[in-house]
Design a protein around this ligand. Structure first.
Ligand code: 8IG
Length: 277
């Protein structure tokens, strides 16, 4: 006798897109909003944007939505919000991210993105807290993601699903963001598995490969968003310079503090970007 899977995406026979459609129906029922136009995943330091972009219509604990799990990371809120934007569009704010390093598999990592697409979203804004490789970046600076290097050796795509990733991070949306803040720099996001931070040698490897940002989340999510046909904006809050670039050792507490210090400014920036979409 086989055991009953405790999570709908842990059953290898489950269709992850069907699970996402079920989750989208849960969201429509729980929020009373049938379709969402834009989705945002708010990572470390970005959570306050949810209060600025519009009027919260409903907030639901992520655990009440099919396929979502409680966040494993302190500083991640674990809720899903429906927000009415001044434009009349509906935004879905995902405050619950499943990281690859949690070890639940890539289907669970990208479930929120697939759910957002199933809920109708055609724009996906992915934000995160990350380490910076460019020495000129100061902790607390937001940067645009221009491209990525996926060092997880994994993919949300299953089988012979060949998908083009040219201009994965929309040039149009990056231009739009720079119209709001011309000082925004951009860089290549390098996703490591984590949860350990990199060694200084790994940071030098990432730099030699063309990376500028090191993180543990966004690349896999962006691939799933592209598969779903969404237009993607990626932004990182540089909470720390990457290991060896900064002289001091990295501490999660300092990362969280840098996020808190920058939160008001970057949330204001993000809300102005959303208003311009
Ligand atoms: I916040 O320096 C944050 N997340 N991989 N490296 C990686 N992820 C991060 C870092 C960092 N800082």
């Amino acid at each position: 006798m086989s055991e009953t899977p405790t999570h709908p995406l842990d059953d290898p026979a489950a269709d992850p897109f069907e699970v996402a459609r079920t989750a989208a129906a849960d969201i429509a029922r729980a929020t009373g909003v049938e379709r969402h136009d834009i989705a945002l995943t708010l990572g470390s330091g970005w959570a306050a944007a949810a209060d600025l972009i519009g009027e919260t219509v409903a907030e639901v604990p992520a655990t009440e939505i099919t396929g979502f799990s409680a966040s494993a990371v302190v500083g991640h809120t674990g809720s899903i919000r429906s927000i009415l934007l001044p434009s009349g569009k509906h935004a879905l704010v995902i405050g619950a991210r499943t990281h690859y390093y949690e070890g639940h598999g890539v289907r669970r990592v990208v479930h929120s993105v697939r759910t957002a697409a199933a809920a109708g979203a055609t724009t996906m804004i992915l934000t995160n807290g990350a380490g910076g490789i460019k020495e000129t970046w100061k902790p607390g600076s937001p940067v645009l993601i221009s491209d990525h290097i996926n060092l997880t050796a994994d993919s949300p795509l299953e089988g012979a699903t060949f998908i083009d990733l040219t201009d994965l991070y929309s040039a149009r949306l990056r231009e739009l963001a720079r119209g709001i803040d011309p000082s925004l720099d951009e860089g290549v996001y390098t996703q490591f598995r984590g949860p350990h931070y990199e060694t200084p040698a790994e940071v030098q490897m990432a730099k030699a490969m063309g990376g500028h940002i090191v993180g543990m989340s966004t690349a896999l999510e962006a691939i799933a968003a592209r598969q779903a046909g969404m237009e993607i904006l990626g932004m990182s809050l540089i909470t720390n310079l990457a290991a060896g670039i900064q002289k001091e050792p990295l501490s999660h507490q300092e990362v969280l503090q840098a996020g808190r210090d920058a939160e008001a400014a970057i949330s204001d920036l993000l809300s102005r970007i959303v208003a311009a979409l």
